[in-house]
Design a protein around this ligand. Structure first.
Ligand SMILES: C[S@@+](CC[C@H](N)C(=O)[O-])C[C@H]1O[C@@H](n2cnc3c(N)ncnc32)[C@H](O)[C@@H]1O
Length: 266
């Protein structure tokens, strides 16, 4: 399956910021509680983006783990490297395309993670086979991604505004089925954990910031809904009208992120 997907650092960082600002629960805490990364471990984060998980694990292990972050976006890697420099941390950020062989020897890592990324892989058997190969025996894989119940209110508003089907979101549609099944076929033990975070927007504006950072013309997942910048802006306007109607009715807008975490052991 070829997935046309491109993330920009501006949109990714906007969404992360909104999750943190308006959310009721903290995904970082959940991730650390689940994984408890330790000093001395070798950790690989695949599709690391601007390095969110890498910096989280670095903090948690007080700089004691050997952390590598890989992504195919040089723009996001540059952001991560800039922050690495600013903080004086020693995370190794490097190019990695998860549709190609990982450039690491067998049995290298204790933990391989991927947050909201690896499920975009074209060939799941291949990519999770690579993750398995580079893990040490007993090493763990952790993959997080949206479950089908994720952000129901957000999709409902877009459906009402457009009367069009939502384009397939490879994350939600594949996570519990294909992704879980592929991982459990390859790994010795696989379990699914669930994290819920309700984002309460006290105004329409930050919700619309989230909408723009999701549907953005650069992001390509949504381009079946518009053909030009004008159409994009018209779509955003319709979404804003529906969101404003709901906001007036309910006094707030609540969007619940429902995230799955697949934890597997080699
Ligand atoms: C939603 S972002 C998540 C980034 C980061 N893990 C986080 O939690 O902030 C998805 C990431 O997957 C990366 N990605 C998509 N396809 C990729 C590929 N084929 N190889 C490596 N990274 C890829 C994107 O560049 C982006 O950084």
């Amino acid at each position: 399956m070829k997935i046309n997907y491109q993330e920009t650092s501006r949109d990714l960082l906007t969404r992360i910021d909104i999750h943190e600002k308006y959310g009721s629960a903290n995904i970082d805490q959940w991730t650390n509680d689940l994984l408890k990364p330790q000093a001395g471990m070798s950790i690989l984060d695949v599709g690391c983006g601007a390095g969110k998980l890498c910096f989280l694990f670095n903090d948690y292990t007080k700089g004691g783990a050997k952390i590598t972050g890989g992504d195919f976006s040089e723009e996001l890697l540059d952001k991560a490297r800039e922050k690495n420099k600013q903080l004086g941390t020693a995370i190794d950020f490097r190019f990695l395309d998860f549709n190609k062989p990982f450039k690491f020897a067998d049995n290298t890592f204790d933990l391989c993670t991927s947050a909201f990324a690896i499920y975009y892989a074209s060939n799941l058997d291949f990519t999770f086979g690579e993750a398995h190969r580079v893990l040490k025996p007993g090493g763990r894989l952790f993959v997080s991604g949206p479950l089908p119940e994720n952000k129901k209110m957000f999709y409902d508003i877009i459906k009402e505004a457009t009367n069009k089907p939502i384009p397939p979101m490879p994350g939600s549609s594949r996570f519990k089925g294909d992704i879980f099944n592929t991982i459990s076929k390859i790994f010795a033990k696989t379990e699914l954990h669930v994290f819920e975070n309700s984002l309460t927007f006290p105004e329409v504006a930050p919700f619309m910031d989230y909408v723009r950072a999701s549907l953005s013309e650069d992001r390509k997942l949504w381009t079946s809904m518009f053909n030009s910048h004008q159409e994009y802006e018209a779509l955003i306007k319709k979404i804003e009208e529906v969101a404003t109607r709901r906001f007036k009715r309910d006094g707030k807008l609540v969007m619940t992120k429902v995230v799955g975490g697949i934890l597997a052991t080699k």
